[in-house]
Design a protein around this ligand. Structure first.
Ligand SMILES: [Zn+2]
Length: 743
């Protein structure tokens, strides 16, 4: 198992959501799962423990989950007990054994979390809720296990341990650090408190996520007034009609349109709907997430207070310092300084953009007002952009059929890293006969692929894709590494990787393929970037592979890949008209590029605002406790916003990232990694965006290395120097102020 610090935090959050990043830390080794168990597992009786890397999803029922999770807890505990009784410790029977000890539980739980995020149902939810406290208590108990720590400590001080090299040395060092940073050296009563806090936090995060999910899913706005649809793209109207029909709120004779808080509904309405009323309703819906009967505020304050207590118990001034001590940023104050510098650099451009937007609207409507309404921002921005650049972003969709985009991302990866992708047949239980050698999936829309290294023909790994929204799926887009492999260079049999990329992208409609917008193409490339980090991982130890890197580095491989969605040379591999196959015309591409940095300061400020509030809440929660969250939000972020006609509830109310994902005190990582990616992409831009030599260098320095070296070292290995944070401002077309460039 992964015993690095992020993993223990991940373990603490296991079962809360399938976060793209912390999912990385529940990577399991299902073959080892069976192998390390005392007795062979009967896969028919225990499908969640099936040693086959590809489980039979239809057999993974809630009853089996409960039974298998309890068995996995026993098996994992037995593995730990075995380490506790070691009398002559060596690397194999301590550090290596510990990495593998929890495989049975990680196997079961990562499969359960896959179903929780992709194929949710009430009964399964109940079982997961029942198991979550047990599972998180188990993980929390590891670093508080005195006997275990005594054995590990004794080994770490031995001559053999001091002579370790390479990955073995790294794994030892991270293991010891993580024990210390999780309270292993604390007196008994404090250790007990740490365990209590971790268990309570796991439950609170699960509750938070549930409230967000329920409030998102419950909300709908149905109208039979066709005039409200004016301005909406045809695909969005068709989707809303289909939604209303499916919900039995409309019929062929009496059409109606159902809008939801799913981004494929919310986003286009806010951007395109002429009707102020429709946009206002959607905005009110957004405000209801984590609010009203699903209020998450109490949970938020309790989480913050417990996190603060935990950090202090462990010897840190605050939770942000605890979380960031082994990341690139190093401390809460350094991360905050990075965000505040970024804000200072971007603010003048942001204010200018907002003034221009206000006067544009006044000019168009003839009504002068000093404040815009929150539901007007995206709409008037889109109008202004269309006029300024003569560009309708919806025109791009016809060039972004999802299968073409997938071929495009395969093409880019193949050229850069010399890979070959192959789609394999799949079957889903309700879809009739099973074709020979087909792979079972959890839904009929799921596809399955294998990827090979052309240099030696070796299978590197396999992955599922699941791209479209449905009721049983959670929101957003993510990559989860179901099973990170290892290269076998330490003498153990090599194992290939297995992962999932999933999202809520526009569905196919009316016999047309799914036609994505540009943001969705970026999302797909982004998740694919995370996927490559896993598939190209080339490490001896699974727990050091793939996305197990420092949190503020993990978005580099994903965000850098988004750059290829803006380069014509790469787009010519996939941006073809879905009917005619013609390439995107150069004129349309030019417009798209010209409009790229429109309101880039606004975008940047929004992310800085979430990052700033996240850090402030985790650096000094006691300063704000007892007050209204919305009020504190407004106070802290005053300089990050412009006044609007109506105050918005705090975005934290619905932010799974911070309260049910791995981004607590870590939201700044997006901007941080963007600074890294803008800088690193400069090298591709200079030497050729499809240049295989630069690709190979990136693969060897970053993608294949996982967490085998500190993140800064990986970056320096690729670039030959430390990061230049002004690269991001330059890419966004924002002037770099002297004060910032001098730093
Ligand atoms: Zn990401």
């Amino acid at each position: 198992m992964n015993l690095t610090t992020p993993s223990l935090l991940a373990c603490l959050m296991l079962g809360l959501s399938y976060n793209p990043v912390f999912a990385a830390d529940v990577a399991n080794n299902s073959k080892a799962a069976a192998g390390s168990a005392a007795t062979a597992i009967d896969a028919a009786k225990h499908p969640f423990l099936d040693p086959n890397q590809l489980p039979s999803w239809s057999k993974l029922t809630p009853e089996k989950l409960e039974q298998d999770a309890l068995l996995a807890l026993e098996l994992s505990q037995a593995n730990l007990d075995k380490i506790c009784s070691v009398t002559s410790p060596d690397f194999e029977n301590t550090i290596s054994a510990l990495e593998l000890a929890v495989d049975p539980l990680e196997t079961v739980w990562s499969r359960a979390m896959t179903l929780d995020s992709l194929s949710d149902n009430a009964e399964q939810r109940k079982v997961i809720a029942k198991l979550t406290p047990k599972v998180s208590a188990f993980f929390a108990s590891i670093s508080l296990n005195d006997k275990l720590w005594a054995v590990i400590k004794r080994y770490s001080q031995s001559e053999q341990a001091k002579a370790l090299q390479g990955e073995q040395q790294r794994l030892l060092q991270l293991t010891v650090d993580s024990f210390k940073n999780n309270g292993a050296d604390l007196p008994a009563e404090k250790k007990q408190r740490v365990a209590q806090i971790q268990a309570r936090l796991a439950t609170l995060s699960k509750d938070f996520q549930q409230k967000v999910k329920d409030s998102t899913n419950e909300w709908e706005y149905v109208t039979s007034d066709a005039s409200m649809l004016e301005g909406l793209p045809e695909a969005v109207k068709a989707q809303a009609l289909a939604e209303a029909l499916a919900a039995k709120k409309a019929s062929e004779k009496a059409p109606a349109w159902r809008f939801t808080q799913q981004f494929t509904s919310y986003g286009p309405v806010m951007q395109f709907a002429k009707s102020d009323e429709l946009r206002k309703q959607m905005w009110l819906g957004r405000c209801s997430i984590g609010n009203g009967k699903y209020d998450t505020e109490k949970i938020i304050w309790e989480i913050l207070s417990l996190r603060s207590e935990l950090a202090k118990l462990l010897g840190y001034a605050n939770f942000a310092d605890f979380k960031l001590h082994d990341r690139m940023a190093g401390s809460g104050s350094k991360a905050l300084a990075f965000i505040e510098d970024m804000h200072a650099a971007v603010r003048p451009a942001f204010l200018k953009e907002m003034t221009e937007l206000s006067s544009y609207k006044a000019k168009k409507t003839g009504v002068v007002s000093d404040k815009l309404s929150p539901w007007e921002l995206a709409y008037w921005s889109e109008q202004q952009r269309k006029e300024l650049f003569d560009f309708d972003s919806e025109q791009l969709r016809e060039y972004y059929a999802i299968d073409n985009v997938m071929q495009g991302v395969f093409g880019v990866a193949s050229k850069l890293y010399d890979l070959r992708f192959e789609e394999l047949p799949t079957f889903y239980k309700t879809r009739g006969d099973k074709p020979a050698d087909a792979v079972e999936t959890w839904h009929e829309e799921v596809k399955f692929y294998a990827v090979y290294d052309n240099k030696n023909g070796k299978l590197l790994g396999r992955f599922y894709t699941d791209w479209h929204p449905r009721q049983s799926k959670r929101g957003g887009a993510w990559m989860s590494p179901l099973d990170v492999g290892h290269n076998g260079k330490d003498g153990r049999a090599a194992k290939q990787h297995l992962a999932i990329i999933a999202g809520n992208l526009t569905k196919p409609l009316e016999g047309k393929p799914a036609l994505l917008d540009h943001r969705e193409v970026e999302t797909l490339f982004h998740e694919f970037g995370h996927l490559l980090h896993v598939l190209l991982s080339d490490t001896e130890r699974s727990s050091l592979g793939g996305t197990s890197v420092a949190w503020d580095f993990v978005e580099l491989p994903s965000q850098i890949l988004e750059n290829w969605t803006w380069e014509k040379e790469a787009m010519d591999l996939y941006a073809k008209h879905y009917k005619s196959g013609e390439l995107m015309p150069a004129a349309l591409y030019k417009k798209m590029l010209a409009a790229r940095n429109f309101q880039s300061a606004n975008q940047a400020i929004r992310q800085c605002a979430v990052a700033k509030f996240d850090l402030e809440l985790h650096i000094q929660p006691e300063k704000f406790a007892g007050r209204s969250l919305d009020e504190v939000d407004r106070e802290v972020l005053q300089a990050y916003r412009v006044p609007l006609t109506q105050e918005q509830p705090s975005t934290m109310r619905g932010l799974n990232h911070v309260f049910a994902g791995g981004y607590s005190a870590g939201y700044y990582s997006y901007k941080w990694a963007e600074a890294l990616d803008a800088d690193a992409f400069g090298k591709f831009k200079q030497e050729g965006i499809l240049n295989p030599q630069v690709g190979e260098k990136f693969r060897q320095s970053v993608l294949s290395k996982g967490n085998t070296k500190p993140a800064m070292q990986l970056f320096v290995d690729f670039m030959g120097r430390e990061p230049d944070k002004n690269a991001l401002l330059k890419r966004s077309g924002i002037e770099v102020p002297d004060a910032v460039s001098a730093k």
